[in-house]
Design a protein around this ligand. Sequence first.
Ligand code: NAD
Length: 351
Amino acid sequence: MINNKFGHAVIGYGGMGHFHGERHEHIKDLEFLGFYDIDPAVQKKGEEEGAHSYSSRAELLADERVDLVTVATPNDVHKEIVIDALRAGKNVICEKPVTMSSEDLEDMIAVANETGKMFTVHQNRRYDGDYLKVKHIYENNTLGKIHCFEHRVHGSRGVPSGWRQEKEHGGGMVLDWGVHLLDQMLTLMAGKKMLSVYAECTHITNFDCDDGFKAIIKFEGDVSWQIEVLTNNFIEMPLWYVCGENGTAVIKNWKGDGEIVMVEDWENRDSVPIKAGVGLTKTMAPRTDDSIKHFPLPDEGKDDWDAYYLDICDALKNGREPNVTHDQQRKLIKLIEAIFESAEKNVTIKF
Ligand SMILES: NC(=O)c1ccc[n+]([C@@H]2O[C@H](COP(=O)([O-])OP(=O)(O)OC[C@H]3O[C@@H](n4cnc5c(N)ncnc54)[C@H](O)[C@@H]3O)[C@@H](O)[C@H]2O)c1
């Protein structure tokens, strides 16, 4: 502790390392003490920016003022650093994906249990506004029974250069954005049995690891999720598209543009055929304005930048498990393994 605050240090001071250092300035119970990065140029730059750099990982872990260590290195070295930090008596937040296999995760959890220290994962996107809106719609039964969630994140710049393009470092989009989208899904579907997954990985601009994927995941009660992360798409598609028995919700982007359309009178659905292409259709005739109503998306979902860290501080103060639990991570990594297996063998994996 330092000044009655939890002393915090970061290992790996790239994009996310800086994010953690800077975010903690907003959290009254955390004091950012410094960082260690394996790259001397990053060490030097961090010092120039005004942060304290430890000369080695060992020096950082030996600092008794450090209560909490965040690991923000590439994915392949999470395991060794997390275990090292736990054994040094530190509480640990690991960046996502926590690691790259269930076996590795079990080794990490075993050390956390042995040391009695907190070990959790930075699943920050549980507090994204778009996800919170969908959560609100689902939990309030706004659309009636939901049978289909589609959640897409599309970019057009391929996979960023560096370790993200390399399999041995845990690159690829399944282990990048996929982890967030799948974690949001599992959190929302907690308590529902997951039945199966079918997945395809894309290799359009990157061959060593995937540059995108599509997965269809089925849950009990006839609920299906379609999750897509693509990096080679030049026309924006909606972030969320959610279909219920009485209506549809669309969230177009991270700004929160979108709407809910509800049917007014389901019984009154007959129509005269319209011309479509070179044929006729009654089934696909558009709704008339008097039979549907348009509503704005719920106000409830706002990006909550502090919620993740407030939960960590509360968990540390009260000696409880944080919101992101070991069991949730086990389930997530198993699903990721199933996605890779499905894509590789071109089969549906049943759970
Ligand atoms: N939660 C999120 O929203 C989010 C967003 C982006 C990245 N991430 C995750 O954060 C982690 C880091 O990603 P990034 O974008 O910051 O990468 P980055 O490449 O910008 O930074 C990684 C840093 O780790 C350093 N490093 C590598 N090996 C090290 C070691 N053994 N010890 C100390 N430092 C080491 C590198 O020199 C580099 O400076 C990854 O696990 C990534 O998946 C999470």
